[in-house]
Design a protein around this ligand. Structure first.
Ligand code: C2O
Ligand code: CU
Ligand code: CU
Length: 532
């Protein structure tokens, strides 16, 4: 029997080189040269018998369906959405938690080291595939757009959870349609726990609260409105005037006089948040994309760009009953193209078809917090949270000559090194060696028409957590570059260097801008991890 999970790695080195050569030309030859195992996988995943034949014995076996539905967001007419639904086939039922009254998918909770089987069924009227944002899984399990399945079909995921404890998430990843599908409601949290985390003794259960931040526009019938499809709107990205928290507008979080672990995910298509407490106290940050930091860090404010996560410690044990505060987003300059202050009234005349009521960089309240219950529960912030594996820079094979990526615009199209996404395309400078560590440098220097075309870009790598080792040309404070990251924000004029350890999983993975409209228009590329 063929082990489907090894996917591409079953091939010999010659085939793979040939695959890469052909990849740019879209010839039919590439199907036999490179994609065979993938098709085997698809066939097997659609054949229920095949499931019994695999040697994979899951700790948690769930069915995940994406389908149209409706949810009451405002009084009156319910809102038509697309939703993820989850059913537990085998394993602990408590691992899946619905968020009541939300279009968001259920929260899936797993432990590091567990084997997970997910039977995805696509029941929305277009192609889709699910990506596990932040998870370190084999290429064939990562939800690359070339694995999309049409309505009515299924895709089988089987992987072991190798990530550290942390806040990860899942969302669709079909090429060109990720923005609209996420917008319609397809997104959910994927929380990983492990022993190291549990030994720290952080607030848990009702004191461990996810806050998924998104923005939306609704018409007078309570229905979602996406972009007009106008090129200018694609260039900036979708911006809504309703700030949704966990899928709900005007969100108020009732709390007890206790400490909380708040897990924030920016699940917005393109909005960036500059988070702060309304009452002026600093943010106590305990975790980022890839889990807990070594120790808490403090910021007056912190940026959270699309795809990123932040975990904060919030202690209300000294607050009186009835105390109210808010998490707010402070105003900031998002650059000329972001529908921000600079963009308004300039050149294209008033925000370029963008939503002017709440441009990127406007200030607003994200969510209210109200102390409604007295409990006697003193908990102190741990000084040490986790151990972060050292990753010495000088072990990078390209320490003296980092890989360069320029985020630029060409012909009204965002690109990376002047290239846009093509399904199978990998350029010579996008191939890395399995087992090596590398420094990648991203430059948000803008392009064409100079600063008029500058925008922030949150850059995301699939398959890997990395470390941010350098940031220069800094225009803002408020970055949390500590810990393990999978998405990192570059404001206009900024440059960052990250260190990535390609220690395992060969194959084709994505890197892209997580502004979903940028991603959909092709600000996304493949990188290939070569075995030999
Ligand atoms: Cu949130 Cu390509 O990913
Ligand atoms: Cu991802
Ligand atoms: Cu971008």
């Amino acid at each position: 029997m063929k082990n489907r999970n090894t996917g591409v790695s079953l091939e010999g080195g010659n085939n793979r080189r040939q695959f890469l050569k052909l990849a740019g030309y879209g010839t039919l030859g590439l199907i036999s040269a490179g994609l065979g195992p993938i098709f085997n996988h698809l066939e097997a995943s659609q054949n229920p018998k095949a499931i019994q034949e695999t040697e994979f014995s899951p700790d948690l076996d769930i069915s995940l369906a994406a389908r149209p539905g409706e949810v009451s967001i405002f009084p009156g007419v319910p809102t038509q959405v697309w939703r993820y639904h989850v059913r537990v086939n085998a394993g602990d039922d408590n691992r899946v938690m619905d968020i009541p009254r939300s279009y968001l998918g259920p929260i899936i909770k797993v432990y590091r080291g567990e084997k997970i089987r997910i039977r995805f069924k696509n029941s929305i009227p277009e192609e889709s595939i699910v990506h596990w944002h932040g998870l370190h899984v084999p290429a064939i399990m990562d939800g690359h757009p070339r694995y999309v399945i049409p309505q009515g079909q299924s895709y089988l995921y089987e992987f072991e959870v190798k990530n550290r404890a942390g806040t990860y998430w899942y969302h669709p990843h079909p090429h060109g349609r990720t923005g609209p599908q996420v917008y319609m409601g397809l997104a959910g949290l994927f929380l990983v726990a492990d022993e190291e985390e549990q030994a720290v003794g952080l607030p848990h259960e009702e004191y461990d609260i996810p806050l998924v931040l998104q923005d939306r526009i609704f018409d007078s019938d309570n229905q979602l409105v996406y972009t007009t499809g106008h090129r200018m709107e694609q260039m900036t990205g979708f911006l809504g005037d309703w700030i949704m928290v966990n899928g709900m507008p005007d969100f108020t979080l009732p709390v007890s006089t206790s400490a909380y672990r708040l897990r924030l995910l920016n699940g917005s298509n393109s909005r960036i948040y500059k988070l702060a407490w309304k009452d002026g106290r600093p943010l106590t940050i305990i975790g980022t994309d890839g889990g807990l930091l070594e120790r808490p860090v403090y910021r007056r404010y912190a940026f959270l760009s699309p795809g990123e996560r932040l975990e904060i410690w919030a202690d209300f044990s000294d607050s009186p009953l009835g105390f109210e505060t808010s998490i707010i987003s402070l105003p900031f300059d998002a650059g000329a193209m972001a529908g921000g202050r600079m963009g308004r009234g300039m050149m294209m005349g008033g925000g370029m078809g963008q939503n002017l009521r709440l441009p990127n960089g406007a200030g607003f309240s994200v969510c209210k917090i109200k102390v409604t219950k007295n409990v006697i529960k003193q908990q102190t912030l741990p000084e040490e949270l986790s151990e972060i594996r050292p990753l010495p820079q000088d072990e990078a094979v390209n320490f003296y000559n980092p890989r360069q990526f320029y985020l630029t615009m060409r012909h009204m199209q965002w690109s990376i090194n002047g290239r846009v996404f093509q399904m199978e395309d990998v350029a010579d400078d996008e191939i890395v060696q399995l087992g090596s560590k590398e420094i990648w440098e991203f430059n948000n220097t803008g392009g064409g028409m100079m600063h008029m075309m500058n925008m922030p870009h949150p850059i995301h790598l699939h398959g890997k957590q990395f470390r941010v080792i350098e940031r220069s040309g800094v225009m803002h404070e408020g970055y949390v570059d500590e810990g393990w990251k999978d998405t990192v924000l570059l404001m206009p004029g900024e440059r960052i260097r990250i260190l990535v350890d390609f220690d395992d999983y060969p194959g084709l993975f994505l890197y892209h801008c997580h502004n979903l409209e940028h991603e959909d228009m092709g600000m996304m590329r493949n990188y290939f991890v070569r075995e030999s």
